[in-house]
Design a protein around this ligand. Structure first.
Ligand code: HEM
Length: 380
């Protein structure tokens, strides 16, 4: 199975998918499969629009404190824009489905963008702000760890916002558009459909210095990961389920190269890397001086399909990052890995519930705390 998924560098096939020029994997086959798979999943997905795991349209008052005397804002709700922008989801959907066809990497790019937005200052579109020329403090987007975020995620939001502004000017926040686009891509790649609660305002603060301590790293221990997710109100199960987003997408060599050659400074590879995967990855990620643009898929078996193969692979020591692999080894997370590997529906349900909770982290409400931007990259 590994051999069929791992294949040699194929420059022509990558160019029309806008992947980095040098890449480990052959894309043309995947592209066809992906579009077919997405169409098939849209029909047969057990968690479809009518029976989504978090389909409750009940409103949610996320992190909002309203005291007497302060203006009370409407709560987050699935139908928040029912009167002001009734076709919002279709408008965003037309952009995400087009982008997905033209450039499937837009999917993982946007889901990752959403995660990085929510973990720093909350789900408030603060990651979309461009740094001001001459300003002392860079914006979140320009923090080192965010410089790797693919342009396709930002492009998706920009295009969707343009489409929305044409029909409903000045109404919908960039934060809500990002949340909807991330959901669309999860579903387009074959994952669960879930309802997105809306009513977020865009954040007024975007500071690069706030990024580093709030974003997990590939060499973090399970202990560190649990603590970080816990500070966002997310449980261990949420964390393992959300890590299932690594069922699609790619990582640069620098995030796992020490596992291949010098794990924990001992001059040996990580014993928890499958030997075949180790050899394949070593061919493309040399110990020193390799091409910085090379990426490898998190899920070596079905890199473009949002499924439970990520967890199955972890059980076979085929996790890409040390932090992924650790989830299958730590007693606190292992049972969830096993449960999700064995049962796709359980994974989908847990993922839908966890991303719903993620989407409520640090939400801003009202003019006092937020803004509605027309151009997502500039404060209003
Ligand atoms: C549990 C802790 C996590 C760690 C340590 C982690 C780390 C990473 C790293 C190092 C990359 C590769 C970046 C690059 O080389 O460009 C990455 C990519 C990605 N992450 Fe995570 N991540 C975590 C959790 C999450 C969560 C919770 C989500 C979403 C819900 C997520 C979604 C993604 C996606 C979709 C990509 C692929 C991006 C692409 O291909 O453009 N990650 N992550």
């Amino acid at each position: 199975m590994l051999n069929s998924a791992l294949s040699s560098f194929h420059n022509d096939a990558t160019s029309h998918l806008q992947l980095p020029k040098v890449s480990l994997w052959k894309w043309n086959k995947f592209e066809v499969n992906l579009v077919e798979a997405a169409a098939k999943h849209a029909k047969v997905n057990t968690l479809n629009k009518n029976e989504a795991a978090t389909s409750s349209s009940s409103p949610c008052l996320a992190n909002v404190v309203t005291n007497n005397g302060t203006r009370r804002h409407r709560q987050l709700a699935v139908d928040y824009y029912a009167k002001t922008c009734p076709n919002l989801e279709q408008l965003v959907g037309s952009v995400t489905s087009q982008q997905f066809k033209e450039s499937p990497v837009s999917g993982p790019a946007t889901i990752n963008l959403f995660f990085h937005d929510c973990f720093v200052e909350g789900c408030d579109g603060s990651i979309l702000i461009a740094s001001k020329q001459g300003s002392k403090e860079l914006a979140e987007k320009d923090a080192e760890v965010n410089r790797e975020l693919r342009v396709e995620g930002f492009e998706t939001v920009r295009k969707a916002k343009e489409a929305v502004e044409r029909k409903c000017p000045g109404v919908v926040s960039c934060a809500d558009i990002l949340a909807i686009a991330a959901r669309d891509y999860v579903h387009l790649a074959g994952g669960p459909y879930y309802q997105v609660k809306k009513g977020r305002w865009d954040g007024r603060i975007s500071m690069a210095s706030r990024v580093e301590p709030n974003i997990p790293h590939a060499n973090d221990t399970v202990d560190q990961l649990i603590k970080l997710f816990n500070t966002k109100g997310l449980t261990i199960q949420d964390m393992v389920a959300l890590s299932g987003a690594h069922s699609i997408g790619f990582a640069h060599c620098k995030h796992f190269v020490t596992r291949l050659y010098n794990y924990k400074g001992k001059g040996q590879p990580d014993p928890n890397v499958d030997p075949k995967l180790l050899n394949a990855l070593r061919m493309y990620c040399p110990n020193y001086g390799g091409n910085m643009d090379i990426v490898a898929p998190f899920d070596a078996t079905t890199p473009f399909v949002f499924d439970q193969a990520y967890y199955v692979n972890l059980q076979k020591k085929m996790g890409l990052l040390a932090s992924d692999q650790a989830l299958a080894l730590d007693p606190r997370t292992k049972a969830f890995v096993q449960e999700f590997a064995n049962d796709k529906n359980k994974f989908f349900q847990a993922f839908a519930a966890a991303i719903d909770r993620l989407s409520l982290v640090g939400v801003k409400r009202g003019k006092k705390h937020g803004e509605k931007r027309r151009d997502c990259s500039m404060h209003a």
